[in-house]
Design a protein around this ligand. Structure first.
Ligand code: FAD
Length: 467
């Protein structure tokens, strides 16, 4: 039986999943999405073409009954394949075995699957409807369609899942300042494409370790760290890879402003990514056709207006993409919110305040870890001090798994709150530095003594203690 009606703005990844979860819990849900229906018009991307799905996102999809369906359309990634400047490459596994992997999924495929699921659960989807303004006192919203025609719709409770540039957030800000701060990273990105192996020469494929289907090892997230900047590549099911170049937006070479033409960028790739460049035959066209995307972190003091409006996903807490957690975090949000609303549907003021209290410390933590991970990915994955810490951490995790787990694993493969992973990771890192005392040789450390110090310094991990 329908309990109450909710209006969602945005039918992207988070909006579509939230709508499905709310409808399954008995709410009547209307979603207003700016773009046309991607299932009819084709997916109009804009942001990253594919994304890494990890345990938190998967868990939300399990709750929604959609995980298996999504995984059949995803490519497993076992670890980071690091490509050094001299052309060598090596896999750094994420977890201990194939139970700890992440998945590359196409944004368009995932979005369409979630929209189908939302519709099947009874959600009413309205495409080509962009939020233009909201009157929270009159409790209605104004929508504008693709032809410019506007209409007002009653919306007593409205949830904004309309992404980093949220129009609902702007409307809420006009009513009551939300304490918005946007911190640009100063770095930006551009996407390029490695086509399926069948479109490349046998000689190139041999050099890259690929084959007819995939030009590179398919079950890995590839990284070309160059200190200060990098490229990454994620596999797509049909055999291509989406490459993302991350560079400073402005400033001295190399930056996007120092590479204004595709010819200049081609020369730069020839110098810095000589093994990658030949795998991108359409480099010149891709570079000039694809936009440079900015990267920022969004912080808000308030995510809600009493019980009348709430922000979720990127609209509340957009982060930089270097932990591959923005969507995962937004998916985790949807389960928390749907459960809170189902438990207390009559008091949205209470629910929205509680939702922010639960999720904001975690959103802040993953925002900080995502920025730190950029530095780790572009600089440290090839750095001896980082590798020594990583190796010693792995040895401690093997010897004392109840007391040590790499932060990346806590974030990526568990449901431990992000805020816990952040604090625990910091304490573990300090311990590793103390044990290594500047050495870059983990094998020189007395492991028995190190484990004794670990047990004396850090309490057991909560999930393992209670799990
Ligand atoms: P969005 O995906 O932005 O969806 C918002 C929706 O609202 C869109 O459909 C939009 O059309 C609609 N909309 C906007 N304005 C209006 C309006 N006025 N009226 C109606 N509708 C509107 N996350 C991961 O977990 N793993 C990754 O590997 C990963 N990689 C990334 C790589 C890059 C380069 C970037 C930029 C991000 C990456 N992310 C990743 C983050 C992820 O993309 C976001 O966290 C996720 O898309 C957030 O989903 P959302 O639904 O909140 O917002």
């Amino acid at each position: 039986m329908a309990q109450a009606s909710l209006t969602l703005i945005g039918g992207g990844l988070v909006g579509a999943l939230l709508a499905q979860q709310l409808a399954r819990r008995g709410f009547q849900v209307d979603v207003f999405e700016k773009r046309p229906d991607p299932r009819k018009a084709g997916f109009l991307g804009g942001r990253s073409i594919n994304l890494a799905l990890a345990e938190r996102g998967l868990q939300a999809l399990r709750t929604a009954g959609l995980a298996d369906e999504v995984l059949t359309r995803a490519v497993m990634m076992r670890g980071r394949m690091v490509h050094t400047r001299d052309g060598r490459s090596g896999l750094q596994r994420y977890g201990v075995d194939d139970s700890e992997v992440i998945w590359s999924v196409s944004r368009g495929t995932l979005n369409m699957l979630l929209l189908d699921a939302a519709e099947a659960a009874g959600v009413r989807l309205h495409f080509g409807q962009s939020l233009a303004r909201a009157d929270f006192d009159q409790r209605n919203i104004r929508l504008i369609d693709e032809t410019g025609i506007t209409r007002d719709v009653s919306a007593p409770v409205v949830i904004g899942a309309d992404g980093a540039g949220s129009a609902l957030r702007a409307a809420m800000n006009l009513h009551t300042p939300l304490g918005e701060r946007v911190e640009p990273l100063g770095h930006a990105y551009k996407e390029l494409e490695i086509p399926p192996g069948s479109q490349l020469s046998a000689q190139l494929l041999h050099a890259a370790g690929g084959h007819d289907q995939f030009a590179l090892e398919p079950h890995a997230l590839h990284i070309w760290p160059r200190g200060g900047y990098m490229c990454i590549a994620l596999p797509n099911t049909e055999g291509s890879f989406t490459v993302t170049l991350f560079l400073p937006a402005h400033g001295p070479h190399p930056s996007f402003s120092s590479l204004p033409t595709s010819e200049a960028a081609h020369a730069f790739f020839g110098e810095d990514f000589p093994d990658l460049l030949p795998l991108i035959p359409d480099f010149v066209q891709d570079y000039s056709a694809h936009p440079v995307g900015g990267l920022s972190t969004l912080y808000l003091d308030r995510w809600h207006l009493d019980g009348r409006a709430l922000l979720i996903g990127d609209a509340a807490h957009a982060i930089v993409p270097f932990h591959g957690q923005g969507m995962n975090c937004g998916f985790e949000d949807t389960v928390v919110l749907a459960d809170l609303l189902a438990a207390n549907p009559g008091d949205t003021a209470d629910v929205f305040a509680l939702f922010q209290a639960i999720r904001q410390p975690n959103a802040d933590a993953i925002a900080a870890m995502a920025i730190e991970n950029y530095i780790e990915m572009r600089d440290s994955v090839a750095d001896p001090a980082y590798l020594a810490k990583r190796e010693l951490g792995a040895l401690l995790a093997e010897r004392a798994p109840e007391h040590f787990m790499a932060r990346y694993r806590m974030v990526t493969f568990t449901h431990l709150p992000y805020a816990y992973a952040f604090e625990r990771g910091r304490a573990q890192d300090q311990l590793l530095q103390q044990l290594l005392r500047g050495s870059t040789d983990a094998s020189s450390i007395d492991l028995t003594a190190a484990v004794t110090t670990l047990l004396a310094t850090l309490p057991p991990l909560p999930e393992l203690r209670h799990g």
